[in-house]
Design a binder for this molecule. Structure first.
Ligand code: CUA
Length: 347
């Protein structure tokens, strides 16, 4: 066999086949790794009334689309087979203005659109954000690039990690401290924009405990992709325990402990200009650190909360998260270790 430029291409078929094997293997591997690890950050794994409703609507529209696809493609294949040009056959007679056909192909799509539009409109109203009475109120405030959660009725705040009691309706009120962000925890709820000077709402009820990941879903600057979030859905008792812990005053370091040295370093560091630790500092630019030791992650849920990541983060935050407002800190290794010991003691 020859190709257009006259060269032989017989060998090509074999090489394409052999190149395809590793490619297929790589794809299978990719799919397998996508299945392992933490709970999938996916709208196809709904764990709340909100996301179950969206999933139901999606499947509804998907099957309408499948039906349309099958009918259209079948008609197309029939037309290709039956009306193809054959040698010696006369030219087909053109058809003009077939009233029944015209009515049919106007009415059928209109009807299908009604079957799609009605449930869609219903879902738009159902997810417009009005929780039933007795819902737990949570205010979500977007910052470049981290999340602040206030629980006005519980008088506590959380950062990046949203704790919620399972089975309780949640009324979420969203706004932004700067640019537009979008709250999205696919298994639970979202996306909804956070806009400065405006309050957007969603309401949902998580139906199983667990750890769910989400992220900002509206481009908001250099570290938009680094604006992750974690939602911890807990039993009532675990949630109450967490609330009590957050309500308590921050831990006081023991006499002569590394944490006590760390607190002294912290008091005279630049940290106090931006961070609050109740009774110690009152900065309002970055997250409150009164209970930073109780969090599982730091830096917009980007890194696990360990001595190693805290070390790298404090030394040079912008190198880990482009655009981060926290400048690199000039601390001696001893001072840095002490500050980390202090932060980790703030459970
Ligand atoms: Cu915040 Cu993207």
């Amino acid at each position: 066999m020859y190709n257009a430029s006259g060269g032989r291409v017989d060998g090509l078929r074999g090489s394409v086949y052999f190149d395809a094997v590793p490619l297929v293997l790589a794809l299978v591997l990719l799919l397998l790794t996508a299945c392992s690890g933490p709970f999938p950050q996916s709208v196809f794994a709904p764990r709340s009334d909100f996301s179950s409703d969206l999933d139901g609507l999606y499947k509804n529209i998907f099957w309408w689309a499948v039906g349309v696809f099958v009918i259209v493609e079948t008609l197309l294949l029939i037309a290709i087979a039956r009306f193809r040009a054959r040698p010696g056959a006369p030219a087909p007679k053109p058809v003009h203005g077939h009233t029944a056909l015209e009515i049919g192909w106007t009415l059928a799509p209109a009807l299908i659109l009604v079957f799609i539009a009605v449930p869609t409109m219903r879902e738009i109203f159902a997810t417009s954000g009005h929780a039933p009475d007795g819902a737990l109120r949570v205010e979500v405030i977007g910052h470049q690039w981290w999340w602040e959660y206030r629980y006005p009725t519980l008088n506590i705040s959380a950062y990046n990690e949203l704790h919620l009691p399972v089975g309780t309706p949640i009324q979420v009120e969203m706004t932004s401290a700067d640019v537009i962000h979008s709250f999205w925890a696919p298994a639970l709820a979202g996306k909804r924009d956070l806009i400065q000077g405006r309050t957007n709402r969603i309401a949902f009820r998580a139906d199983s405990t667990g750890e769910y990941w989400g992220q900002c879903a509206e481009f908001c600057g250099a570290s938009h992709a680094n604006m992750r979030l974690r939602v911890l859905v807990q039993t009532d008792s675990a949630f109450q325990q967490w609330v009590d812990q957050q309500r308590a005053a921050p831990a006081t370091p023991g006499k002569g402990s590394p944490a006590e040295t760390g607190q002294q370093v912290y008091r005279r560091s630049a940290c106090i200009g931006c961070h609050t630790i109740a009774g110690v500092s009152q900065g309002k630019v970055g997250p409150d650190l009164s209970h930073v030791g109780s969090r599982g992650t730091i830096a917009g849920a980007l890194f696990p909360n360990t001595a190693e990541t805290l070390h790298r983060w404090i030394m040079n935050a912008p190198s880990l998260k482009p655009g981060a407002l926290m400048p690199p800190q000039n601390l001696s290794p001893q001072d840095l270790d002490a500050v980390i010991a202090y932060l980790q003691s703030l459970k």
